[in-house]
Design a protein around this ligand. Structure first.
Ligand code: SF4
Length: 382
């Protein structure tokens, strides 16, 4: 994985008080730090040269987050949703995958930002979790950034993991394509933290996941986290179809399940490559030779393009059979897929988003299923 070094760190006035600033100063002694009054204005002034999104990854902004940190995952219209909360502690990512949806989602605001007011984040989470002690939450930090890629420089996990580890009603998911787990190994997750990896065969990583950790580096990091007491998750997403994909993905699944204790895997998800017409246009400019643009896709009702449904079902069934051969009991779900596809792959579909959310939070083991009435949306009743 590439070591990240920004060309400059821009610090919004007031952000130099917190722990993230101190960690950045320690991590980047050679990098110029510039103070700005308002990071939003400075971010808008980013180069508009031919690759604005790529340019956004070169400087790092440290700024206050205005507004709420915790949000319900938006999911995708008409698709079965897994009922999830997200915490946006940063925006954009130092890695650069060809298919990354942030290229479109953050097109007007591509600056790589880390939010300095971690105390506000923790108060907000504390308020939600305390007010709904009878509900169980699944919260992730990898929605508009990678959960761990910046951790060696900002030390975010050391600030938040101890808090979440002490909560009786939450699972925190840290989702990554990096191997930056050093900061986690010193902490005690107390069964409340899942570290999960988006996994692809090395062939896909080489071609479409620029600056990320290799397959072997991710797997080694997963083993270290498991040994340190963390639950693991694996996301086979996006699954890319190409000549020979079956051999590569089967080999990948077998190697993962041979390397870790599957009884301590919290969940596995599967999702095929998806994009939008707008994202495809951006990809053609930023990654003109990528193979992921060449497969045939159809526009689905949620506005996303996916492989034809029969092909998706066939791919998921094959993946599921390889997963089940290696681990008959691990919890597997589909990400952003329709009920029809669920039924054809698993023989059933969750009746509503809460049912899937409940199944996922039930990985704690000691809880019964329940529909969570009275709980905030995104939580299940404990
Ligand atoms: S690791 Fe995730 S967030 Fe980062 S560029 Fe790749 S897809 Fe985007």
């Amino acid at each position: 994985m590439r070591n990240f070094t920004p060309s400059e760190v821009l610090v919004e006035a007031g952000s130099e008080q917190g722990p993230i600033y101190k960690n950045l100063k320690r991590a980047f002694p050679q990098v110029p730090f510039t103070f700005v009054e308002d990071a939003r204005e400075a971010a808008l002034a980013l180069s508009v040269a031919n690759d604005r999104f790529g340019a956004g990854k070169e400087k790092l902004f440290l700024a206050r987050h205005r507004g709420e940190f915790l949000k319900k995952c938006p999911g995708s219209e008409g698709q079965v949703c897994c009922n999830y909360f997200v915490i946006n502690f940063a925006s954009n990512c130092p890695m650069d995958c060809s298919y990354c949806y942030l290229q479109e989602y953050l097109a007007d605001n591509p600056a790589l930002k880390v939010f300095s007011n971690v105390g506000d984040l923790l108060s907000e989470a504390d308020d939600l979790l305390t007010r709904h002690r009878n509900c169980f939450f699944r919260i992730g930090t990898g929605e508009i950034t990678d959960s761990l890629a910046l951790d060696p420089y900002i030390g975010f996990c050391a600030e938040v993991v101890p808090f979440f580890a002490d909560q009786p009603n939450v699972l925190l998911e840290l989702k990554t394509k990096s191997d930056c787990v050093e900061g986690l190994l010193r902490l005690d997750p107390k069964e409340r933290v899942v570290v999960s990896w988006s996994m692809n065969p090395q062939r896909v990583i080489d071609q479409d996941e620029r600056y990320t950790a290799s397959f072997e580096e991710r797997l080694a990091a997963a083993r270290r986290c498991q040994a340190a007491g963390y639950k693991l998750g694996f996301h086979f997403d996006p699954i890319v179809e190409y000549a020979g994909w079956e051999e590569d993905y089967r080999d990948m699944v077998e190697r993962i399940f041979a390397a870790v204790d599957y009884r301590r895997i919290a969940w596995v998800s599967m999702g095929v490559l998806r994009n939008t017409p707008g994202l495809k246009r951006i990809m053609r400019t930023r990654f003109p030779s990528t193979r992921v643009l060449s497969g045939e896709q159809v526009l689905c009702p949620d506005g996303k393009m996916r492989y034809f449904q029969p092909l998706r079902v066939s791919m998921y069934r094959k993946m599921l059979s390889w997963i089940r051969s290696a681990s008959p009991t691990v919890f597997v779900y589909l990400c952003m897929e329709s009920k029809e596809v669920w039924e054809q792959v698993f023989g059933f579909a969750p009746s509503c988003e809460k049912e899937l959310g409940n199944s996922l939070t039930a990985v704690r083991g000691e809880q019964k299923f329940g529909s969570g009435s009275g709980c905030a949306s995104g939580a299940r009743q404990a």
